[in-house]
Design a protein around this ligand. Structure first.
Ligand code: SF4
Length: 462
């Protein structure tokens, strides 16, 4: 029996797909690279954006059409991931299984049935009690040999008014610190060079260090000597203390949970990269309030200033710090004047990159009840305006790299170019000449930057 997994959505879904692969492997399925040969097609979907849901519809339709021509006759479709209740209702008669990712440990049982639907309310207390720890305990089958996603928490309790994640991922639960440390240690021993700590709100991480783990207790100083309640800053210190040459990255932090202690830890721990994605979402206080983001533009700006200052203080004035953000344009009621405030923020902060979304309402969220009154054309225009500013600031920031020597982790080769990322998460291209790819891909290499454009850098081996 063969399986094929299609993944949509964020890094958390990609990480989950690695766990799904391991579970299927254990049951006896074999991975196929041709979806038409699959006996089981797993679609790890994401209801966060309607466009992603539409893609799933398209995929299922194509799959159904080819059933008697190309596809294995008795092949099945399994839907999992972050699925809104209304999408579950719509997909139910189109697929064979809809299974909650948190119940992954039980999939072998469910897959013995002809068809099965198990997707309880993801915020249900009993459901979460029963499955959360088991979900974290499922070991992944890592796709990449040098960069790994390590979930540290799942779920969210912030309820930003536009976001469906708290309903789809359930309440925020932190993974036990012992499991995280053991997974990272294992990866580093195998030679992994990049560890991504994942969570919907990483910096509200909390974990009790068990009394039986004296060594972990003694190595952790966060949360005070007596409490032994570890926060995100404490977790970062523990991960940083793992011996080995590797980078630590994390996603996504929330500005409201960014403490001074965390800023100091980030700057001090040498394995933590000088890169941060800090979602701002809007540059206007009234809109931020409507979004239920719990900070003001002034607080965000102050936070950015502090972070940049601390990195310069600890890592030296020549440090280059890369800051990216997420932003939504055309939130309900966003006036031209309010959007202008976002424009001002963009000009002032000079982001290296911004992931810009044009607002689209999602059923079940608080903002769904607000009138989606900014015209699509206007949303597009606002997106364009921010992109133009971004092009200028990104180019300006990238030019600062010219002439510098940077450490790069190369990821793959494409059309005669080696593509990698610098410590600051800048994309870099290196012309493949006579170099052996195996000496570069998955390795740290020192590169001298020779050129910079809008979205990245070019260099040569130094
Ligand atoms: S912090 Fe807000 S935007 Fe992020 S996952 Fe939670 S509710 Fe969604």
């Amino acid at each position: 029996m063969n399986y094929f997994i299609i993944t949509y959505g964020c890094q958390m879904n990609w990480s989950d797909s690695e766990r799904i692969a391991m579970v299927l492997k254990k049951i006896g399925y074999k991975q196929t690279s041709n979806e038409n040969e699959a006996d089981l097609m797993v679609i790890n979907m994401c209801s966060v954006r309607q466009s992603a849901v539409n893609r799933v519809y398209g995929k299922i339709e194509n799959f159904a059409k080819s059933k008697n021509i190309l596809r294995q006759k008795n092949s099945k479709i399994l839907l999992t991931g972050c699925i809104l209740e209304k999408d579950i209702r719509n997909f139910k008669d189109k697929v064979d299984y809809i299974l909650s990712i948190k119940a992954l440990k039980h999939w072998s049982k469910f897959l013995k049935k002809e068809e099965y639907f198990y997707y309880p309310n993801q915020r249900d207390l009993e459901f979460n009690k029963k499955f959360n720890l088991k979900y974290f305990k499922t070991y992944p089958w890592y796709k990449n040999k040098f960069s790994a996603f390590v979930p540290i928490s799942t779920g969210c309790d912030n309820f930003c008014s536009y976001c469906v994640v708290p309903y789809l991922r359930g309440p925020e639960i932190s993974r036990p610190v012992e499991d995280i440390i053991s997974e990272v240690k294992n990866l580093v021993q195998k030679g992994y060079k990049e560890i991504w700590l994942l969570g919907q709100n990483v910096n509200s991480y909390k974990s009790q260090i068990p009394a039986r783990n004296a060594s972990l207790r003694s190595r952790s100083d966060a949360g005070g000597q007596n409490s032994k309640l570890l926060n995100f800053s404490g977790l970062l210190k523990l991960v940083n203390n793992i011996p080995g040459d590797f980078w630590i990255r994390f996603i996504s932090p929330h500005p409201k949970d960014f403490s001074d202690e965390l800023i100091k830890t980030m700057a001090k721990c040498e394995k933590i990269t000088s890169y941060l994605n800090l979602p701002v979402q809007s540059g206007d206080n009234k809109i931020l309030k409507k979004m239920n983001r719990s900070y003001t533009v002034e607080q965000y700006k102050k936070l950015v200033k502090k972070i940049r200052k601390e990195f310069i203080k600890v890592r030296g004035k020549d440090i280059l710090f890369c800051l990216t953000t997420d932003i939504i344009v055309g939130f309900p009621g966003e006036t031209k004047k309010q959007f202008e405030n976002t424009v001002e923020l963009f000009k002032e902060i000079k982001f290296d990159m911004a992931y810009i979304s044009q607002y689209s309402s999602r059923f079940g969220t608080a903002a769904f009840n607000l009138e989606d009154d900014v015209a699509q054309k206007e949303k597009k225009e606002r997106d364009k305006i921010l992109t133009e500013i971004l092009k200028k600031t990104a180019l300006e920031n990238n030019k600062k790299y010219i002439g510098r020597e940077v450490k790069v982790l190369f990821e793959f080769e494409k059309s005669g170019w080696l593509i990698g990322k610098t410590k600051e998460y800048k994309t870099i291209k290196l012309k493949v000449k006579s170099c052996k790819l195996q000496d570069f891909i998955g390795k740290f290499v020192k590169i001298k930057i020779t050129e910079a454009d809008l979205w990245g850098l070019k260099g040569e081996v130094s």
